[in-house]
Design a protein around this ligand. Structure first.
Ligand code: HEC
Ligand code: HEC
Length: 239
């Protein structure tokens, strides 16, 4: 669940800066997902598994860009793209930039001849070298660290879109979470009930706006969220 969420945040982040240039209207990202994820993990930051079939795509892109030989730096990406177009059809141990130990573990990549065209590979490779960059990796890692450092309740609130109507310290559509926490009679059970079933006309400040029911949230998550909201009561004011 968290991975799915992370991915969508990352997509939001990156859709603005990775220019997905389309080759003949081919979508490199989609093609990569269709044709390469059977073996290569495409998460950013990359995930590695115990019985993975191939190195993560981040590692592949990194290898190819950094190890390709070129006198002229402006040719680095075009050469990297040409390498991918050739390698996927005609892979070999002597061409691979993988170290010997990895090659032994994974075996040489099976040729994908007949499964992907040169135009599709052009689109895939262009996407690879605009998406799996050090800059995007660093940003993704920072975001992941930030999310990991949050209390779980806060992460759930972010993930479930509560922040479109609530802030910790300030009323927007709904009351500030801190004011909810401080309201007399608001126990864990009361908050859990309101999150699950919604609430209306309880807060004069919300001027008739309604708290929608979140029936689909798991009880355990509702509890974690309600506990987090209540914990804000005793927290010192912060910005
Ligand atoms: C059936 C599994 C499989 C599929 C599908 C697959 N690969 Fe691979 N790939 C591998 C393995 C295993 C390696 C590592 C061994 C090697 O370098 O040949 C590899 C290595 C590579 C390399 C060389 C990496 C390096 O560091 O030198 C590139 C480039 C590559 N893959 C691109 C792709 C692209 C692009 C696709 C989708 C069109 C794809 N692969 C689909 C298994 C696969
Ligand atoms: C569409 C806007 C909206 C969204 C989205 C929303 N809320 Fe609310 N929320 C409100 C409003 C408006 C109120 C005040 C309703 C009232 O006056 O009874 C409220 C009230 C509450 C209360 C106080 C209930 C009580 O009994 O005192 C809690 C707790 C709460 N929201 C939690 C959440 C959580 C957690 C989420 C996300 C899962 C969320 N809200 C998403 C608008 C929203």
């Amino acid at each position: 669940m968290r991975i799915i969420f992370l991915t969508s945040v990352l997509l939001l982040l990156f859709s603005g800066c990775s220019q997905d240039k389309k080759v003949n209207n081919l979508d490199g990202k989609k093609l990569l997902e269709q044709k390469c994820t059977k073996c290569h993990n495409i998460d950013l930051p990359p995930k590695t598994f115990k019985d993975e079939k191939a190195p993560a795509m981040m590692a592949v892109a990194f290898h190819v860009v950094h190890f390709i030989k070129t006198e002229d730096e402006s040719q680095r990406i075009p050469k990297a793209i040409a390498f991918v177009k050739d390698y996927v059809i005609n892979p070999s141990a002597s061409k691979s930039f993988c170290d010997k130990a990895s090659l032994k573990t994974y075996g040489i990549m099976p040729s994908q001849k007949g499964k992907v065209t040169q135009d599709e590979l052009q689109a895939i490779a262009e996407y690879m070298f605009s998406h799996f960059t050090e800059k995007n990796l660093n940003e993704a890692q920072l975001l992941e660290n930030k999310l990991n450092a949050m209390p779980k309740g806060e992460r759930l609130v972010l993930k479930n879109g509560c922040l479109s109507c609530h802030k910790v310290d300030k009323k927007i559509v709904g009351p500030a979470f801190r004011d909810i926490a401080k309201r007399k009679g608001n126990s864990l059970a009361v908050l859990m009930h309101s999150i699950k079933n919604g609430s209306k006309k309880k807060y004069a400040s919300s001027k008739g706006a309604v708290m929608p029911a979140f029936k689909k949230l798991r009880d355990a998550d509702v509890k974690t969220i309600a506990q987090w909201i209540l914990s804000l009561k005793s927290q010192k004011d912060k910005k």
